[in-house]
Design a binder for this molecule. Sequence first.
Ligand code: FAD
Length: 407
Amino acid sequence: MDFEYQYSPEQEKFRQEVRTWLDQNVPQGTASSVDPEEMTAELFAFAREMRRKLGRKGWLNPTFPKAYGGGGLTSEHEVILDEELERRRVPILFSNPFLSAALLVWGTEEQRQKFLTGLLTGEIIAYQAFTEPQSGSDLANIKCTAVHDGDDWIINGVKCFVTGPGPDRADILFGPIMTDPTSPRHRNLGYFIIPGKAAGVKLVPMRLLNGNQQHFVYFDNVRVSAEYLIGGERQGWQVTMTSLEEEHGGRGRPMSPNAASDLITYVRRSKHNGGALGQDPFTQQQVVDSYIESHIAGLLAVRNYSMFAQRQEMSYHGSQTAIVGRETGIRNNTRARDIVGLYGQLGTHEPGAPFGGWLEVRYGRSLPPHAGGTLEVQKTIVARRIGISRTQERAAPTPATATKFTA
Ligand SMILES: Cc1cc2nc3c(=O)[nH]c(=O)nc-3n(C[C@H](O)[C@H](O)[C@H](O)COP(=O)(O)OP(=O)(O)OC[C@H]3O[C@@H](n4cnc5c(N)ncnc54)[C@H](O)[C@@H]3O)c2cc1C
């Protein structure tokens, strides 16, 4: 690769510290399961605890402010941590990360202390509840309602596609809810945090092509107090945009391992017509395309990470990266299946499945590429931001551009 990080002696010392800590805290042979839904109860408990342990050290959110449970570290530290956690495939339980940005930009000091600290230290597991049956791409078309009852709000309605590790694991849900049906679109929503165990909240798994980690969420007269509303009672759309700016790729990724590396290993090792499979001309073309495109997608994510860390104003960059990353994922999964053939359809439990069934899991999960907004929506955003659309828009405020916090 032409572009690589160079590390100072101090940073290499930090890497050593991370490795030593991981040696002490991650037993040999403990690694993320190929299919996240096939975690044993033991692995699940380990991944839950690992989230807390990393959080306590400030390594779960290394560049966030120490005052709220972040690590107060530099982006170089974050790159090293990401590299080492990825290298060991350390199991860490999923929690949706996009509420943190909303809290930093829009939350009061009390709300940051109450919610952000728990999120950054790994104590709170959060699920994002934006989508509703009629409001996916047309996200502003929210029908869930929040009605005043004294100082409290009473919430009713249904959300869908809400992702998380099971129906009973959500500590909090968050998302836009209609607060004022008489106000125009984009000025009629509030952005709420809702405790996952509150009376009247029910999560039911959806059964989808890409797995069972998406849920319907039913709100039946759920009562929350005023401190659970982030931003003003008609500012929910703006707060939602701050979360989406990150979800669309605006925060980037500190590092990006080449997604084609497993395929390269496979074609090196597999035999075909008396030689290595990689020597077959068709295979070579496919693998090289995968290799190049994986690099492009990875470098765009790293570019965004660098822009975010330097607090640069961003525009089309996040959605551009999302489009390239997802389209690359679909093409590369298809190429890998063309090369591996019917064996690529073997699942994680089938003996002899290439990559331990990884290909089948990845293929299912890359389709449909809707999570966080469809490709068409991402392209509409890019069009607006490069000035070729009927309407034009700027990026929403993010912790990089809108806040003055220092780590
Ligand atoms: C794996 C997965 C995880 C998800 N996780 C979450 C989550 O954690 N929380 C959450 O809130 N949501 C989540 N979602 C929901 C996701 O955000 C929506 O699926 C997405 O926004 C699309 O909405 P929709 O499914 O209703 O499709 P629709 O909006 O009905 O779109 C259907 C098709 O029509 C196209 N289309 C719609 N409008 C236009 C237009 N104006 N121009 C061109 N084409 C258009 C779309 O691109 C798409 O191809 C997840 C979805 C998936 C698949």
